[in-house]
Write a protein that binds this ligand. Structure first.
Ligand code: G3H
Length: 530
């Protein structure tokens, strides 16, 4: 493996010097400190020295500006009286349609930045962009359906009711580095369309790719609805939380950040949480599993995007009767994986976090000191920005690798004789997102699914864990999530049911009829959205 590459001209990148941020509909120029952004992929500079590639810079916004952004979102919401939260649903949808059209123009630019900033391979980078565009379009359709359901009156026990979903207030939106576009937008888009106003801070890595979209946000939404800041969490998110202005904390990342931010809010029971957090999804391989298929799914489950997915399979439990054969064939399959640069579209690509190879090495050493071995030939081979996937066996609960969410290319294998061993481990674990179950005997699988469904929120049968399709619920138990996201569920998560109720007498009936005829309310309407 080598770390210097001849880069084809279409993938060369000129540094992006972003000195703008979005507050209250203004793209303001930042005159203060900036942060340089580097790729972990090295290139040669003019003097012929190999260094991490300079990708550009972004504002390092301070807390006073962060507070201005929160104030702008607060003002735009205006205790629910603002233009955006009271706007007709059809008009909000129009704004979102304008945004998605403007966003599409930047497909190549954003995909190239995904390749350089977070080293995602070319096809997955484009997939992330396209999936996000689909997510926005599907959200628009889902909102129309939801709105149609509310376009009526109910009549119960002498009370007329017009029930809809309304916004919650000001949302602070923080996304992760592994899906800096898709996962962040899967929070931001439903939050905005439901009538909330937002402050959005991209992750530390995968930050430049948001900058081409600043104009699209500015031009598509009224002032203050979307405010975008660049900088450190402690300078931006922490002071904003302390104000108490935030009604919803929407975060995909680590539970430690989510807990620290919640703790800063002066009025916690007013704060709604929508969190996608860490996980340690197990793969359980029963004695009768079809090994060809299982190995294929375990490769994609453990190592797609180098295992840097919250849904990745992070520990494999293999029945003792087949563990030897599984280990042999799985290790060979891992060693056959190709490593290369994102634009070469290889399955394995460099790791974007500079400290990750050392962290992985630490996990390997800890496991080896306690009796595990690397069982694949290339496992743990190092580059400055990479560690080739290491398959470790036999792993046990004394090892860090058994408990920690590795979020990288290292795979622990545990052998079990009794199915209660993985079940007990799962019930003791702090996480409860998903599981993959490999096998075919329905007498064994049936009762197992019954238990597993109560330990996690998605049981994948003979299939790797994953978030998609995005219309399915994405959630978790214990420390793995708060709230549910899917195209439809996210609209619910970022809103609350609120309604007009009236004693069903002649006076009220007449008023309501006049209300509907006059179209003086955007909330009380029986218009059917096409
Ligand atoms: O990082 C967690 C993502 O939600 C995983 O999504 O299963 O589509 O890769 P995915």
């Amino acid at each position: 493996m080598s770390s210097v590459f001849d880069i084809p001209s279409e993938f060369k990148i000129d540094p992006y010097k972003c000195d703008k941020y979005l507050i209250n509909g203004d793209l303001r120029k930042w005159e203060g400190k900036t942060s340089d952004v580097f790729s972990s992929i090295s290139t040669k500079n003019k003097e012929g020295k190999t260094n991490p590639t300079f990708l550009g810079s972004v504002p390092d916004i301070d807390s006073s500006v962060a507070l201005e952004a929160a104030e702008a979102a607060h003002k735009a919401y205006d205790r629910g009286k603002g233009v955006w939260p009271t706007m007709k649903v059809s008009q909000r949808i129009k704004c979102m349609e304008i945004f998605v059209e403007k966003m599409k123009i930047y497909r190549d630019e954003v995909a190239l930045l995904l390749m350089w900033e977070i080293c995602k391979n070319k096809s997955d980078s484009y997939k992330e962009f396209d999936r996000t565009v689909d997510y926005i379009n599907d959200t628009i359709e889902a909102y129309k359906k939801l709105d149609r359901k509310g376009a009526n009156f109910q009549h119960e026990s002498g009370v007329l009711a017009h029930i809809r979903r309304g916004p919650l207030g000001v949302v602070l939106c923080l996304g992760p580095y592994n899906y800096p576009l898709n996962e962040t937008f899967s929070l931001l888009i439903p939050a905005i369309i439901m009538g909330n106003t937002t402050v959005f801070k991209p992750a530390k890595q995968g930050i430049l790719l948001i900058t081409p979209l600043l104009d699209a946000f500015k031009e598509s939404f009224p002032p203050g609805v979307v405010n975008i800041l660049f900088g450190r969490g402690r300078d931006i998110a922490a002071p904003i939380m302390k104000t108490g202005i935030i009604d919803v904390l929407a975060l995909i990342g680590h539970s430690s950040s989510a807990v620290a931010l919640q703790d800063l809010h002066p009025n916690k029971n007013r704060l709604r949480l929508i969190l996608g957090l860490e996980a340690k999804n197990p793969g359980i391989i029963l004695s009768d599993a079809d090994l060809d298929h299982t190995i294929q799914e375990c490769i994609s489950g453990t190592l797609s995007y180098n295992g840097q997915r919250c849904t990745a399979l992070k520990i494999l439990y293999v029945h003792e009767s087949i563990v030897e054969e599984f280990n042999l064939r799985f290790s060979k399959a891992v060693d056959n994986l190709k490593f290369g640069m994102p634009w070469e579209n290889t399955f394995l690509t460099p790791l974007p976090e500079p400290g990750k190879p050392d962290y992985i090495q630490g996990l390997i050493e800890d496991a080896e000191n306690q009796g595990a071995q690397i069982i694949n030939r290339k496992g743990g081979e190092r580059l400055k920005n990479y560690s080739f996937p290491a398959v470790l066996y036999p792993v046990n609960d004394k090892m860090r690798l058994f408990h920690e969410e590795q979020f990288g290319p290292i795979i622990p294998i545990v052998s079990y004789s009794d199915i209660n061993e993985p079940l007990n481990d799962m019930s003791k674990s702090n996480y409860g997102q998903q599981v993959s179950l490999f096998g075919s005997n329905v007498d064994e699988i049936g009762p197992l699914i019954d238990s597993l469904a109560n330990l996690v929120c998605r049981v994948n049968l003979n299939s790797a864990c994953q978030r998609g399709p995005d219309v399915y619920p994405f959630t978790g138990r214990k420390n793995s999530a708060v709230g549910t996201l899917s195209v439809f569920d996210a609209l619910r998560s970022f809103s609350i049911r609120t309604f007009l109720a009236a004693k069903s007498n002649n006076i009220n009936k007449e008023i309501i009829e006049n209300l509907l005829d006059s179209k003086s309310s955007n909330f009380v309407t029986t218009e059917y959205l096409l």
